[in-house]
Design a protein around this ligand. Structure first.
Ligand code: SF4
Ligand code: SF4
Ligand code: SF4
Length: 379
């Protein structure tokens, strides 16, 4: 079988998982640098839900002792999932979103594979891959306010308080932000000045990443320090978009984050799900320094003439309310305390758990596709 056919077979197999691989001139070159031909052969046919080592060895007509180290090596590259079931190793397929946009960049390596992958992923992401995300209104991440930017903290729900999210965890891990590292490894992209080792994972996911060299363990205090450093440097906290079992806090910037790039570059209406807050401005105390305008990751603020402004320029921030994610990045560094987050009129509850998030995501995606096929226009 030709090498090209080996990759085409893997593409067809990966297309059966949640995330498809839309056809594009960028796709085959990207597959070639992401997987070796031997890896592509082994992964084609590997079920997403996992099989035991002995079942996989029978499928591949291989000796389990020969197969085991190859599967473990792929788990350490983030290409396959590895676990234990009834005392035996078992393996599952990692989908294309996970491999291309997460696991390959979490370790923060600067090696040939990473440098070859980064520009190709960046082009493929924009060219066609991310379009499949536009149809779903329920996003994978939700903005969560930076501590002490909320005006009235009495009504804050547990899933909206970044410190409470940490309190409930029994394990903490940090990886490199895959979006930022991917941009930094691409000579055609800008170099981001924000810190990179700020991608936080908890519980079972954190343990798994550390065991496979995709992250490293940290203490709760170190986790809090990373959150503070991220907030100070202008990064937006985003959490897994569900209420129970939150396992991720991203610290995102407008220049690298794939979700914010979806909004700024690809024109998707909603980058991430917003928090239940929105910023509110006191024009009378504003000094018109412009820092909030500069820091907002959504370009939701601009300095405009304001009748109640008392500064010499007569300016105060004006908010495009529909763009505000309620992250508090603007309020966190305002030198005059003129910005606070206020609760929105209505509370939107995120999906209960990861399973419900995925269910909503795919039913919205399917509904939009059906509507398109029927000739309707998706809002
Ligand atoms: S979503 Fe944000 S923090 Fe997460 S990996 Fe991307 S930029 Fe980094
Ligand atoms: S950061 Fe504060 S003081 Fe500066 S422009 Fe914004 S609201 Fe005004
Ligand atoms: S205005 Fe911008 S920085 Fe401020 S809370 Fe809204 S999205 Fe965040």
């Amino acid at each position: 079988m030709s090498a090209e056919q080996v990759y085409r077979d893997l593409i067809a197999w990966l297309n059966k998982t949640w995330w498809g691989l839309p056809d594009s001139p960028e796709l085959l070159p990207l597959m070639r640098v992401t997987y070796t031909p031997a890896e592509a052969r082994l992964l084609t046919g590997l079920p997403f839900r996992g099989v035991s080592l002995s079942e996989l060895a029978a499928m591949k007509q291989m000796d389990p002792a020969e197969l085991w180290p190859q599967m473990e090596a792929m788990a350490r590259k983030g290409l396959a999932f590895s676990g234990q079931r009834q005392g035996e190793p078992f393996y599952g397929l990692n989908d294309s979103f996970f491999v291309l946009l997460r696991s390959s960049f979490w370790p923060g390596k600067d090696d040939l594979r990473t440098r070859q992958m980064a520009p190709k992923v960046n082009r493929y992401f924009r060219d066609s891959f991310f379009a499949q995300y536009a149809d779903a209104h329920t996003k994978g991440l939700r903005a969560i306010p930076i501590q002490r930017t909320i005006a009235d903290t009495r009504q804050v729900l547990p899933y909206e308080d970044v410190v409470q999210v940490l309190e409930g965890q029994d394990y903490y891990s940090v990886s490199h932000c895959p979006c930022r590292h991917r941009k930094n490894m691409d000579e055609d992209a800008h170099t981001c000045q924000h810190p990179t080792e700020v991608c936080l994972h908890f519980g079972r996911l954190g343990r798994y990443l550390d065991a496979n060299g995709l992250g490293r363990p940290i203490s709760k205090d170190e986790t809090l320090e990373i959150l503070a450093l991220s907030a100070d440097s202008g990064l937006m906290h985003s959490v897994s978009n569900w209420q129970e079992g939150v396992d991720t806090i991203c610290n995102c910037c407008a220049c690298c984050c794939l979700f914010l790039e979806g909004f700024h570059v690809l024109g998707h209406l909603r980058a991430q799900d917003p928090s239940n807050y929105r910023v509110s401005v006191n024009p009378a105390t504003c000094k018109a320094c412009g820092l909030c305008v500069e820091r907002c990751p959504m370009d939701a603020l601009s300095l405009e003439p304001h009748g109640q402004a008392t500064n010499k320029k007569g300016l105060a921030p004006e908010l495009k309310a529909e763009l505000c994610l309620g992250c508090g990045v603007c309020a966190h560094k305002c030198p005059s305390g003129s910005l606070v987050l206020q609760h929105r009129p209505e509370t939107i509850h995120p999906p209960q758990d990861a399973r419900e998030n995925v269910k909503r995501f795919f039913s919205e995606k399917a509904a939009a596709q059906q509507k398109r096929q029927a000739g309707g226009v998706e809002e």
